[in-house]
Design a protein. Structure first.
Lengths: 369, 227
């Protein structure tokens, strides 16, 4: 490892995995600039889910609107990620520290275009380049990562920056230029993205975690989840992306707020249904399928779930559920995919309704057909 | 170093061709992972080479062992070797082995034709000890283990000790077994709806063993390990 990267990761923003229990993965960032530690609830999601969502969106909205939406989502994501560190104003002379942090963290989760960076602070120009970037390597589109980089630089510099991306002719190497003089595309709403105090619901006391299900590390130990030399994780050849829980729900929220909630829901359901068909091929026993799905949800960090029938409907109980300010549209849609597959019907849910029962929550999937 | 294969190619490859000749190896794992099936492979591989093997079973009646053997495609071959005297199966119930205890091992030690021995499970020996206190029990178990190993260490004898274990380690206490044995093979499984089984060799003296775990399945052929 590069000694500078090691230094920054270790001493400026050390990140520690503090908990990996069934249904619950928590990491902690300690920020030496303002001496604050921040816990993050982490989930693992499928890269192919995002890829399918991109192509489904492209099909419905066309290239221009899709890119616009994904750029906007990316910029929100970039800013939200930094809001977790509780840093608002970076001193001008220390700007390289958060930049190095961003590069280190995002390269680690597979954002290959963050590997290299040249910048000129006075001219307000930042150039990132690299290859094999998650999602983009399959969609051949850079809009979301352009957005992320524009968001990060805007946040760090406290000025609005926009970004433009370029692929080389072989669609492998890519370059993204972030510049403050590019025409304004989208300015995120910091109020919308700020961390809600309720976020701490995501960290239940350790003594409340009693589970017969498995954790991410359990599945890793038994190679049900595998890791390659670059520390990227895979489930049955599908790569998994570790993200703070809000990030995937910011994406869903953008779709719903933009009037494309149904597109998001259908795309998610289709992805999960196809995944179930693939994973459960040759497996007839329904109880085993149910157990498998519950364990996967648990290991990926989304909480512990239980299914029960209530007349025609399916109720999904949650223990140690995730909380985000942006709703749980992704999670509800994801489980909806399994419910449709498993109960062999067409079910749907009320997007805004979550029922509480003590420290448990439950969703209701109503049978449509 | 001469090797004694256990008859499962992929597992032998994990330890440079097999157990070191004359070694005592423990195999541990929770119930249902295939420890006894592994033992059958071990005896069968020896018999195929003309080596006499003894299966000392301290827990299951003969009927259960037969049901297990019959369930595999190598069952008939196994019984052929038994008829020829190359495989000997001895099952003891609790009251029997309580009385004879180390005599079993002594007899194996005296029969120089025996080249492979399985004790399934080795933990059962401890149950037969009578003690006044836990401390006394622990001391006696250690003494018993040490005495057992005097009989088991023979240049021409390869021993496989089946060790029961649960979540927290070996069934009772692991005492000094992991230190005394020349090798330790761990079998484990995870049931997430689909059962995933894995084999890992944390210790094998005089061997540069495979450092990762490998997946395996229990089929009609016995234990089948992924490439």
């Amino acid at each position: 490892m590069d000694i500078k990267k090691h230094f920054f990761k270790k001493f400026v923003f050390p990140k520690i995995l503090v908990l990996d229990k069934p249904g619950l993965i928590i990491s902690r960032n300690f920020n030496n600039l303002n001496k604050e530690a921040h816990n993050m609830r982490i989930v693992y999601s499928f890269e192919d889910f995002y890829v399918n969502l991109y192509f489904d969106t492209l099909k419905k909205l066309g290239e221009e609107k899709t890119n616009e939406l994904w750029y906007k989502m990316g910029k929100d994501l970039g800013i939200r990620y930094f809001l977790f560190n509780g840093l608002v104003d970076f001193p001008f002379f220390k700007i390289n520290l958060p930049l190095k942090y961003f590069q280190g963290m995002f390269t680690m989760i597979g954002m290959g275009f963050c590997k290299n960076l040249n910048y000129d602070i006075k001219k307000g120009n930042y150039v990132f380049w690299g290859n094999n970037n998650i999602i983009s390597r399959k969609t051949q589109n850079l809009s979301y990562i352009e957005g992320i980089m524009a968001g990060v630089i805007s946040f760090i510099t406290n000025e609005n920056f926009e970004a433009r991306g370029f692929y080389d002719e072989f669609l492998d190497e890519g370059k993204i230029i972030v510049n403050k003089n590019f025409p304004k595309k989208y300015v995120p709403d910091l109020e919308f993205l700020k961390v809600n105090p309720k976020y701490r619901i995501n960290f239940p006391p350790e003594n409340k975690i009693h589970s017969t299900l498995y954790s991410f590390s359990d599945l890793l130990k038994f190679k049900i989840i595998q890791v390659d030399e670059e520390k990227k994780f895979y489930f049955r050849k599908h790569s998994l992306l570790p993200t703070e829980i809000s990030l995937v729900e910011i994406i869903s929220k953008n779709y719903f707020d933009g009037g494309e909630g149904e597109l998001f829901r259908k795309s998610t359901i289709n992805f999960v249904s196809e995944l179930c068909k693939e994973v459960f091929k040759g497996l007839e026993d329904k109880n085993k399928k149910m157990k498998f799905f519950r364990n996967i949800i648990s290991a990926l960090g989304f909480g512990e779930i239980y299914f029960r029938r209530k007349e025609k409907n399916i109720v999904v109980d949650f223990l140690n559920p995730i909380f985000t300010e942006f709703g749980l549209y992704f999670l509800k849609s994801f489980i909806n995919g399994f419910v449709n597959y498993f109960y062999e019907g067409n079910y749907s849910f009320d997007f805004d309704k979550i029922y509480s029962l003590g420290n448990k929550e439950y969703f209701v999937y109503e049978k449509i057909s | 170093m001469k090797r004694e294969g256990i008859g499962i190619k992929e597992i032998d490859e994990m330890m440079e061709g097999g157990f070191p000749k004359g070694s005592v190896v423990g195999i541990s794992g929770p119930p249902g992972v295939g420890k006894s099936i592994f033992a059958l492979h071990f005896l069968l591989a020896g018999a195929r080479k003309g080596q006499k093997g003894v299966y000392v079973c301290l827990e299951e009646p003969r009927k259960n062992i037969d049901n297990m053997i019959k369930g595999f495609s190598f069952g008939e071959e196994f019984y052929d070797f038994e008829k020829k005297g190359l495989i000997v199966i001895r099952c003891f119930n609790y009251s029997e082995y309580e009385k004879i205890n180390l005599e079993i091992l002594e007899k194996v030690y005296e029969d120089k034709k025996i080249q492979r021995l399985v004790v399934d499970s080795f933990n059962c020996f401890f149950d037969s000890l009578e003690c006044n206190s836990e401390e006394h029990f622990n001391t006696n178990v250690r003494k018993l283990i040490n005495s057992s190993f005097q009989y088991l260490r023979e240049d021409n004898l390869n021993v496989l000790l089946v060790l029961e274990n649960h979540e927290s380690g070996l069934m009772n206490f692991d005492y000094n077994i992991p230190y005394l044995v020349d090798g330790l093979i761990k079998l484990n499984y995870l049931d997430i709806g689909i059962i995933e089984r894995r084999i890992f060799i944390p210790k094998m003296r005089w061997t540069s063993q495979y450092k990762e775990s490998k997946g395996y399945e229990i089929t009609k052929k016995g234990i089948e390990v992924e490439e």
